[in-house]
Every structure is written in C-alpha cells, then in structure tokens.
Design a binder for this molecule. Structure first.
Ligand code: SF4
Length: 208
C-alpha cells in the first residue's frame, strides 16, 4: 500500500524551476515545478533560504503549503534521483496561486520507480495470442500507419475517426491533430472533455 511521505523537503536555492500547466483538466491552471537531486540538502524555512521565495511554514489554504500530494521523486535521464515539488503558480492569471484537490496532486502522477507509478508502460503493446506483448515503437508505428492507410483506401478519409486527450496546452496535441486534420483530412474527432478547439479553432481548419 502506498503511503504519503511524512516529510516534504523544501526546494533549495539551487533547485531548477520551470512553469507547467495542470495535467488534469481544460481550465489550465498554472503550476511551478522545482527539481533538485536527492543528494542535495533541502532549503531553509526563510524566503531567502529556499527556491519558493516565501517563509515556511504557511497555512494549508494559502496555496503555498507544499502538501505531500505536491511532492514526488523520480529518476531522470542522467540516472540520478531527483526530488520534485509542483505547487500552484502564485499570480498566474487562471488560478491566482490556488488549486483544486485534483490539481494539488500533479506531482503524484510522475513516474517514480519506488511508487505506484512504477508499473507505467515503457513500450507499446500488441495483443498476440490473447495476451499483450511488448513491441518496438517502430513496429507499432508501422502497424498503425498500415491500418490507417488501408482504412482510408477502402472507405475514404471519413472512414477514420480519432479520439484524443486535450489537457494542458495545444502544443501537446499538435502532432496528432496535424496528422488527422491536415494529412488524413477527416473531420471526425472527439476531444476528451472538450467540445471544440474554441477560439483557436480557425488554426485547425481542414485544408481542402
Ligand atoms: S487545478 Fe483543478 S481546476 Fe485547475 S486545471 Fe487542474 S484539475 Fe483543472
């Protein structure tokens, strides 16, 4: 059974800091991410001693309290273990430093080899002989493109429909929307929890 940590380290002044958007819904709340190696000492309680820039501890409803749900560990591509803290961005125009219960757990979804996300898939799977078998990305893309080409050849572009996630920013969905709208030319699309591309829809207009 997974247990939340009973201590969340404070990002030190040397922590890397970048912005992100909540991964969970289309409101698009802004968050600040802090990462630093686990063998580096944590920051201090004073604003001048930590990377978050405010005195700690602070109240749970201030949006500044780093809850256990806002903390995780991972292993980066350099092979080192890192602390990760993701807290709502103070002053961001959408959420103004606030967060929902779900948004307050953004860090928990990060891959952690010692946590519940350790079983995340690392390769595509193909059902062969009644069981899912890992296959290479090259094989997966070859199969997918072959099936798409066959379907378009038999039924035309409208014989193809796609369903996709639409969280975070549009940049994350650029490749798949370009493939289906611009190259396959199908109008059949369903975006998870999004009725349309809204104000930016004209950017995704189907080209004749
Ligand atoms: S913090 Fe909550 S409301 Fe904001 S984007 Fe995430 S899930 Fe949506």
């Amino acid at each position: 059974m997974f247990r939340f940590p009973d201590h969340v380290p404070i990002p030190p002044l040397s922590a890397k800091k970048h912005r992100t958007s909540c991964q969970y819904c289309i409101v698009g709340c802004g968050y600040t991410v802090y990462t630093w190696p686990t063998d580096v000492a944590e920051g201090g309680l004073k604003a001048t001693e930590n990377a978050v820039g405010f005195d700690l501890p602070t109240s749970a409803l201030s949006g500044r309290w780093i809850s256990p749900g806002m903390y995780n560990q991972t292993v980066m591509q350099d092979g080192r273990s890192y602390h990760i803290v993701i807290i709502p961005e103070q002053g961001y125009q959408v959420n103004q430093g606030n967060h929902s219960i779900r948004g307050g757990t953004n860090a928990r979804g990060i891959w952690n080899p010692d946590g519940p996300t350790a079983d995340r898939l690392t390769t595509p799977l193909l059902k062969v002989g009644g069981a899912q078998q890992p296959i290479s990305w090259h094989a997966a893309l070859t199969i997918a493109s072959g099936v798409l080409q066959q379907t378009v050849a038999q039924h035309g572009p409208q014989g193809v429909a796609f369903r996709m996630y639409a969280y975070q920013w549009f940049e994350n969905t650029y490749a798949i929307t370009k493939l289906y709208f611009q190259h396959i030319h199908t109008p059949n699309a369903a975006f998870h929890n999004r009725a349309s591309f809204g104000a930016r829809r004209r950017r995704w207009k189907i080209r004749a």
